[in-house]
Design a protein around this ligand. Structure first.
Ligand code: FMN
Length: 235
């Protein structure tokens, strides 16, 4: 065990998805430091396909309001005030979850609902919690992550590494994060709102800021598979 490994593993262990932020902003220099560190992530041919739109100050609130209006407007058109609107991502969403993936998906969903007091079968409560995504969980900033369309799934893969690096660099600086595919579901709106050209794919959002440690949604931690369940040794 080296001191570097000790520090790194502590940062990995402490990071979790934050779903309740305090409103105070993160200084621009800190955001730039996070991005500079995350930019050390590897990418195929060192293409570094990631680009970010980062909102700050009043723009975060303008965007939050416009996004919520967009999503609740869609839900109303679909005939429900709280229903999840139809997804229209640039990158196709998973076609299904089965076996251990379904189990893990269900478990983390139940953990969240239990933490915020949404009981099984409470569809209005779960819809309300889902809509928190579009309030950016109260975060003072959101980063919209895009990748060049021509790089396809490998560009997206490189950006996934960048997103992870962003969350860890942020954690090491005391900044909480949550990656959000929920925002990618609103890709047409995001293209139009931020003038994102069609040759870039909207991959996800990362809401970030300082954690509200007392928020119930931050009161649980997700589990991980055993190493033996990950490695298939060939010797
Ligand atoms: C690409 C990606 C997209 C995600 N999208 C959402 C989302 O839309 N809403 C949400 O509440 N959490 C989202 N998450 C957070 C995951 O649910 C979370 O990472 C997972 O349950 C593990 O928990 P942890 O991050 O607290 O360790 C996303 C995570 C990733 C990596």
């Amino acid at each position: 065990m080296t001191p570097e490994y000790q520090t790194l593993s502590e940062v990995f262990a402490a990071r979790h998805s934050c779903r309740g932020f305090r409103p105070g902003p993160v200084p621009r220099e800190v955001i730039e430091q996070i991005v500079a560190t995350a930019g050390r992530a590897p990418s195929w041919c060192n293409a570094q396909p990631w680009q970010l739109i980062v909102t700050t100050g009043a723009e975060t609130d303008r965007f939050r309001a416009a996004l919520q209006a967009q999503v609740t407007g869609e839900a109303a058109t679909a005939g429900s005030a709280t229903a999840a609107p139809g997804a229209a991502p640039d990158l196709p969403f998973p076609t299904g979850y089965s076996g251990p993936y379904l189990d893990r998906r269900r478990t983390c969903g139940w953990q969240l609902y239990e933490a915020v007091g949404v009981g099984k079968g409470d569809r209005a409560g779960s819809a309300r919690q889902m809509l928190e995504n579009f309030r950016l969980f109260g975060a003072p900033h959101v980063a919209i992550v895009t990748s060049p369309a021509e790089l396809g799934p490998y560009g997206a893969m490189d950006c996934g590494g960048f997103v992870t690096a962003f969350t860890l660099a942020a954690q090491a600086l005391g900044v909480a994060t949550i990656a959000q595919a929920a925002l990618a579901a609103q890709a047409p709106f995001l293209h139009s709102y931020f003038s994102i050209p069609d040759d870039r794919l909207v991959l996800c959002g990362i809401s970030f800021g300082y954690e509200d440690p007392d928020h119930p949604a931050n009161g649980f931690r997700t589990a991980r598979a055993e190493v033996a369940d990950i490695i298939d040794w060939k010797a």
